[in-house]
Design a binder for this molecule. Structure first.
Ligand code: SF4
Ligand code: SF4
Length: 484
């Protein structure tokens, strides 16, 4: 497991370590709401009892109240009247000594700042502390804003997170994959008979619904079921949709969560592109992309369309009687609320409405659900910065799912899919992780496309082998005839 000391050495501000050159954190760029929130923490410790990261790494330094205390300490040591006196070369050391003892003034070292930074990034921005905080501190926005200050002072993000940033800048995706690879999955899926047609390009189809896949669903072969099933659902329902194909870029969520100001440029480029399409609705099967486009993009630019998670869009069609689940899906599952769909946007009901409407599907809730759902650790840059912690968080959630007695663990986010899979592999668990799109597609089509493709491939193989065998038999017979 990566120790905090190793993480601190990861935090590498561009300047030297000398006391005189400690870089100023630009606290003046925080808005008034954040400053009030920093002051509002009563140190009650409720967040400590709930934080899923603290659950796996019981260091007081990483819990919200400590982060707030440490940040204020840094801010006080760098700003204000006393800080000015203490930094002045004209004031003697004996006077400074008096100030220290009289006002309890403490200088903060570069080492302490680095330690604070490492702790600030040991957080999945799951938002549970916000739910339980009696002072109603908007903690996720606070952490993101503090990370922004840290990045602009050159202290963040962490080294492994810089790889994601570089990849987004170079390839428009965080997974270091070429732009041309974004649509590779659909060509492959068509060839494997998992989809009947490649997704319609919105530029040609002029569809009213834009389906935004996101980088994880597009590039990670292990979560390809999300994109494939979503396409099959939209085709089955004859939705007037389209996709951006090779022109789709990262939504920029990763940059925002890590505090990188570059997210604004990416947001604006995407907003301009989306607004130019004449769409009415943008849907995404990725909870991270959905939350970012729906909640964070409007802070940068106006959107001329509505934004929905795919399950919300389908739940609406269900309520309007435009969607009917005809086929039975005999499964028992438990549902993991993605933080970015659930706690962040209040999307608790749509997934449950869908699951409860699919004939045969039995949903067993875990004790920690809806706004108290336990985070799988995949978001907020935690998985790249602290993979061991993420792994333990995922294991904790998977164990909870196992205890529910369900055979399948379903969510509606490719990020959660990846994150939970880590826990399943580490535990060697038999539980199967699913994306909700799989159940929806199966109930609409009457079969699982992956199972059917496997059966077709096996039948084809068998036929070929039989043909080869009978060819060999004929050959043998011919040889026997000629011998005779
Ligand atoms: S729950 Fe809120 S008020 Fe209480 S310690 Fe945590 S951040 Fe501070
Ligand atoms: S956002 Fe989640 S992981 Fe981060 S401090 Fe709050 S409860 Fe812990």
């Amino acid at each position: 497991m990566t120790t905090v000391e190793e993480k601190i050495s990861d935090v590498s501000p561009e300047k030297t370590d000398s006391k005189e050159e400690i870089i100023q954190i630009p606290i003046h760029t925080l808005n008034i709401k954040r400053l009030i929130e920093l002051d509002a923490c009563t140190r009650c410790g409720e967040c400590l009892s709930w934080c899923p990261v603290y659950d796996q790494d019981s260091r007081e330094d990483i819990v919200p109240r400590r982060k707030i205390i440490d940040f204020l300490k840094i801010a006080r040591s760098q700003n204000g009247f006393l800080a000015k006196i203490m930094k002045s070369e004209k004031i003697g050391e004996s006077f400074k000594k008096v100030i220290r003892s009289l006002f309890g003034y403490q200088e903060v070292t570069e080492e302490q700042i680095k330690s604070f930074v490492a702790n600030l990034y040991e957080c999945s921005t799951c938002g549970l502390c916000e739910v339980v905080c009696p002072a109603h501190i908007d903690t996720v926005s606070l952490w993101e804003d503090l990370r922004r200050l840290i990045v602009s002072a050159g202290y963040g993000p962490l080294e492994p997170q810089k790889v994601l940033r570089k990849s987004i800048m170079t390839y428009d995706n965080p997974w270091q994959q070429p732009r041309t690879g974004r649509t590779k999955w659909s060509r492959r899926a068509k060839k494997d008979n998992l989809i009947t047609e490649e997704p319609r390009e919105i530029i040609k189809s002029k569809g009213k619904v834009l389906l935004f896949f996101g980088c994880t669903a597009s590039y990670d072969a292990n979560v390809k079921q999300v994109a494939i099933n979503t396409i099959n659902i939209l085709e089955a329902l004859n939705i007037d949709y389209g996709v951006l194909g090779k022109d789709e870029k990262c939504c920029g969520s990763v940059l925002l969560r890590m505090g990188d100001p570059e997210h604004k440029r990416l947001f604006q480029e995407n907003i301009d592109q989306f607004n130019s399409l004449g769409i009415e609705t943008l849907i995404s099967s990725c909870s991270g992309c959905f939350k970012t486009i729906m909640q964070d993009y409007p802070k940068v630019g106006k959107l001329n369309f509505e934004v929905l998670h795919t399950v919300e869009y389908l739940a609406r069609l269900l309520k309007q009687d435009k969607l009917k689940f005809l086929h039975t899906v005999n499964r028992t599952c438990t549902y993991h609320d993605p933080c970015h769909l659930g706690r962040a946007t209040g999307g608790f009901d749509a997934p449950r409405l869908i699951m409860n409407s699919i004939p045969g599907l039995k949903l067993i809730e875990m004790p920690r659900n809806k706004k108290y759902s336990r985070c799988c650790g995949a978001g907020g840059g935690l998985k790249s910065g602290y993979p061991d912690i993420q792994n333990k968080m995922a294991q904790r959630r998977v164990k909870e799912a196992e205890e529910s007695g369900a055979k399948e663990l379903v969510s509606c986010c490719p990020f959660c899919y990846q994150g939970l899979q880590v826990g399943i592999s580490s535990l060697g668990s038999d539980i199967v992780v699913k994306d909700m799109s799989a159940y929806i597609a199966e109930s609409l089509l009457g079969y699982d496309v992956f199972e059917r493709a496997d059966e077709d491939a096996a039948a084809k193989k068998k036929k070929k082998e039989e043909a080869q065998l009978s060819g060999e038999d004929e050959k043998k017979a011919e040889e026997a005839d000629s011998d005779g």
